[in-house]
Ligand binder design. Structure first.
Ligand SMILES: [Mg+2]
Length: 229
């Protein structure tokens, strides 16, 4: 019998890394350059949202057109600023993540990909900055939908194509730092793992009833037991 593979789908910001608000500063610069607008960002508004959703909302909030063309020209400018902002900001990889990713990458029964609200190129720039891009050969991104809840099926399809294995939601774990990550896993019937290294506390995340909540991944024993079951 073919051995069963598990699929881990990781969020980026607040889960794998903290970019030191590099993304926010790149967006603020893009809004100023493109539209002459001074954008203020509440990190809690941004957390868990897709770039396309949040960029559109930022445009609308300032009375600007939020059609696809406007959003994509804003994204283009954002992507030119992001590589400059990343080294300027006090970003970091989050607690315990690097050894955990390395350990999981060595396992043949585990597939790892991304499920992130970042636009794909932005995800690549952020993760390359921390040398994490190499861990994730596929993913679902804001390019696929501006609604995070629609990203799960895209990620599972890409995982199945890449590994030539039919992944099911029952063997999929969606890992993220916000209630939106939990929700987008639940809508497809996947397992959901919340981690309190981002904008939400353990108690706040627990109130959304994920499969499990962890403070961070410094001691990954319980996390590994869960995915091994
Ligand atoms: Mg996040």
């Amino acid at each position: 019998m073919e051995s069963l593979m598990k699929l881990l789908l990781w969020d980026i910001d607040g889960t794998l890394i903290c970019s030191g608000r590099a993304g926010e500063h790149a967006l603020i610069r893009a809004m100023k350059l493109e539209f002459g607008v001074d954008l203020t960002i509440d990190p809690r508004d941004l957390a868990g949202r897709t770039d396309t959703y949040f960029f559109g909302r930022s445009l609308k909030r300032h009375g600007l057109s939020d059609d696809l063309e406007a959003i994509h020209s804003l994204i283009d400018v954002y992507l030119t600023h992001l590589p400059e902002e990343l080294p300027k900001r006090p970003g970091k990889t989050l607690g315990g993540i690097l050894p955990l990713l390395e350990q999981l990458a060595d396992r043949e029964d585990i597939a790892q990909g991304l499920l992130t609200g970042n636009i794909e190129k932005g995800a690549q720039l952020k993760l390359q900055h921390f040398d994490f891009w190499k861990f994730f050969p596929f993913g679902a991104f804001a390019n696929d939908s501006h609604l995070r809840n629609e990203l799960g099926p895209h990620a599972i399809r890409r995982a199945s194509d890449f590994h030539q294995f039919e992944f099911t939601p029952a063997h999929t774990f969606i890992i993220g730092d916000t209630p939106y990550d939990i929700e987008c896993g639940k809508v497809i019937g996947a397992n959901t793992i919340a981690v309190a290294t981002g904008a939400y506390s353990i108690e706040e995340l627990e109130s959304h009833h994920p499969t499990a909540v962890f403070p961070d991944f410094n001691d990954p024993t319980s996390f590994l037991n869960l995915i091994n079951n």
